[in-house]
Design a protein around this ligand. Structure first.
Ligand code: AAT
Length: 290
């Protein structure tokens, strides 16, 4: 039996589809926001699907979670003394990004704003090696819409904001629009950084170009596009928009803040050693528009 995910009637990838062989359907349900499906695949382990789109699989989640987390966190200077960095995660209800942030001991607090309680609960049942991220005592969970959360966030608070959100059809629609980026810039402290899930350069060139120009207007520091390979995402590639707010300069090209393991923080996490060893050594940065 095969399950059709990322089917070809989706305007995000017209004319393309992706199939995974299903061993067993483990959960099927509906929240007020989206359809939630978990199945055991024959080659990628368990798979989380929202509204027919793969969000993560056991086998390749590491590449995505590590890149979206360590690209921004390794790009900001480590505080001279103590743990002072304030980080915000948007989306990411599976907990994988929290798991990766928890490896940085320069981080003092981690807010997460996820819209869908069902995603959080289901991942606790089926993806414990990701939801382990919620066990970090620095994590503060806010269940709600990120647009609303950021509108009310105090100005100049966060050192890093990571937008681990779904594609812009459904509850994440407003998360690619200019007003959203403006509220992010407002919530960052000078020199603070944003890392935003930014789709595939093979499929979404226009969306990426629009996001890049919005970000170049909104963030006066550097704005870069990076990508990594995630075989179960459409076209096998996913990108990230990296933006720095005006302030102490950030260039995103050289890692300056190491990943200092926090004792016992993520023991249950599974990681891809090869990426962790040198997140910036591979040819990550692709300039899409000049
Ligand atoms: N780390 C797994 C990858 C994801 S999960 C995206 C999460 O964003 C989902 O849990 C979804 O419920 C949440 N989300 C969507 N809209 C909002 C919103 N407005 N406010 C807060 N959270 C939201 C992303 C996979 C990317 C797939 C690329 N094709």
């Amino acid at each position: 039996k095969a399950i059709k995910v990322q089917y070809y009637n989706n305007p995000m990838w017209p004319g393309e589809a992706h199939s995974l062989k299903v061993e067993k359907i483990l959960y099927q349900g509906k929240s007020p926001y989206q359809e939630v499906l978990v199945f055991e695949s024959s080659t990628y382990g368990k798979v989380l699907v929202l509204d027919g789109i793969v969000q993560l699989t056991d086998k390749d989640e590491c590449a995505y979670q590590e890149m979206i987390t360590h690209l921004p966190l390794c790009s900001i200077p480590s505080p001279k003394k103590g743990t002072t960095l304030q980080v915000l995660v948007i989306g990411g209800g599976d907990g994988g990004v929290l798991r990766e942030i928890s490896r940085h001991n320069s981080v003092e607090s981690i807010d997460i704003c996820e819209i869908d309680q069902l995603v959080i609960d289901i991942c606790k049942d089926f993806f414990p090696h990701l939801s382990v991220g919620f066990e970090d005592p620095r994590v503060q969970l806010h269940v709600g819409d990120a647009v609303e959360f950021l509108r009310n966030a105090p100005e100049g608070t966060y050192d890093a904001i990571i937008v681990d959100s779904s594609d812009p059809i459904g509850p994440a629609q407003e998360l690619v629009e200019k007003p959203f980026f403006e509220t992010i810039a407002r919530a960052l402290r000078p020199g603070g950084v944003l890392c935003n899930q930014a789709e595939s350069m093979w499929l979404h060139t226009h969306l990426i170009q629009d996001m890049l120009s919005i970000c170049r207007e909104t963030f006066k520091g550097s704005v870069r596009y990076a990508w990594t390979s995630v075989p179960t995402y459409p076209s096998g590639v996913i990108g990230f928009l990296l933006c720095a707010k005006e302030g102490p300069p950030v260039n995103f090209l050289t890692p300056i803040n190491p990943i200092e393991e926090v004792e016992g923080a993520t023991k249950a996490g599974r990681r891809s050693d090869f990426i962790i060893q040198s997140p910036f050594n591979c040819n990550l940065y692709v300039k899409i528009v000049s």
